[in-house]
Design a binder for this molecule. Structure first.
Ligand code: SF4
Ligand code: SF4
Length: 112
């Protein structure tokens, strides 16, 4: 049995995947492992391998793991469905969503 077979077993009680790592892009630098405040990952015992998600239910969707990754696109958050709802500003047509990197300033317009 390979060591990956032991560690990569999905958590059967929770099929959620808060973080998705592209194994082809990831260099295994473990910057995301070090920065995660909830210790969701552990380093891969195989050198250069992608981190292994162990405590997926602990994820806060706070995103420093994505921000610190030196390889654009190697890791991304998989927001729960109810968080993905985008909304649009009527005046500009610009779309917004929860967790976006540069959120708009708060709407301070008085209610009509
Ligand atoms: S979103 Fe936050 S809690 Fe979740 S894996 Fe990334 S750094 Fe850790
Ligand atoms: S920070 Fe990015 S490249 Fe480094 S281990 Fe995490 S996902 Fe892979």
């Amino acid at each position: 049995m390979k060591v990956d077979d032991v560690y990569v077993t999905p958590n059967p009680t929770s099929p959620t995947r808060p973080v998705i790592i592209d194994e082809k892009m990831c260099t295994g630098c473990n910057a995301c492992v070090d920065v995660c405040p909830a210790d969701v990952f552990i380093p891969n015992p195989r050198k250069g391998g992608p981190p292994i998600l162990v405590y997926i239910d602990e994820c806060w969707y706070c995103s420093p793991c994505v921000d610190v990754c030196p390889v654009e696109g190697a890791i991304r958050l998989n927001y729960p469905l109810m968080w993905r709802t985008p909304w649009m500003r009527k005046e500009t047509g610009r779309r917004y969503w929860v967790g976006m990197k540069e959120p708009p300033p708060p709407n301070t317009k008085p209610l009509a």
